[in-house]
Design a protein around this ligand. Sequence first.
Ligand code: PMP
Ligand code: GLN
Length: 379
Amino acid sequence: MNPLFANLPTTVFEVMSSLARETGAINLGQGFPDNPGPEDVRRAAADAVMNGYNQYPSMMGIPELRSGIAAHYRHWQGLDLDATTEVMVTSGATEALAGAILGIVEPGDEVVLFEPMYDAYLPLVKLAGGVPRFVTLQPPHFRLTEEALAKAFSPKTKAVVFNNPLNPTATVFGAEDLALLADFCRRFDAIAISDEVWEHVVFDGRHQPVLGLEGMRERSVKIGSAGKIFSLTGWKVGFVCAAPHIMKVLAKSHQFLAFTTAPNLQAAVAYGLAKEDAYFDEMRRDFARSRDRFSAGLETLGFRVIPSQGTYFLNIDITPLGETDDVAFCRRLVMDHGVAAIPVSAFYAEGAVKNVVRFCFAKRDETLDAGLERLAGVA
Ligand code: PMP
Ligand code: GLN
């Protein structure tokens, strides 16, 4: 067996969700909303199933979704993408990440990773034979610095895996951070694999795609996920956008990773991406309301909340509670208090930060309030 996988622990999301199921805890760990998702989009999927969208679709995705993605990004992010050469549909953002990393990184290439990082990144870089070079972001602001980038980039840097808004910190990199990143990518001739699955959950201002930055059009892979955009996380419909010379490689890796993605769901996502602005604006407002409710509740209970600027996550700093081990703290929360959360050390390669705990607030008010009730007395 490949030791890379044989020696990997089970993902923290699965571990915490299983514990929540076994103990009957309120699951504020793994990120998924508890609303059913937009009815018209689900209806479009059901109609597509009944109307014959059920055989292998084209490898690159059904044409109406590829042009829908290009139109969506033109409207929301000002990008000018050619749907036939620069857009591909994948089986979730996870497949897009795998395809991009395996397609771009050669053995011995260095890959810059910002930690905390989504848990799929590092195993994929290792699988490709890449050498990770970490930029370690520290709470509470998790900001990029030029010094940290200068230490991580080298002439061997092939790619950087970037995530904005950042899961799990719920921070949003601003224009200056992005300009700095783009500058390093240009100087070191590196490709930015930009995981933008949270692009529609930015609470202040508009999302800035890396691909739209000066000089990044030819060196970016933009990754999105319909699961996030429509609160339908189980659908696993993702997208990848890149200049034609990069897309040619991504298509080759896609053909042997997933080859295609459920065509009926693709049709429904094409329908959904064309929805009026009001849907997307309201989704963001709803998440902001939940965030504010949960954040205020935590603060009232005495927790130190780290502000959430994007994603549907929110973190607390457990240092004031006298806690130094987020994993042990989360285990106690779920076993003794009936609330599942995620220890953020799981997103650091060597567990460099152990004092931050992540909650998912994309839940009904009753669920958030019940969670808060159970957390009373912890702080
Ligand atoms: N990247 C990030 C940062 C994520 O948060 C997630 C899922 N929450 C993914 C990738 C995976 O997305 P998908 O479910 O579309 O594979
Ligand atoms: N992205 C979700 C999270 O961060 C869950 C993803 C997963 O379960 N793999 O919680």
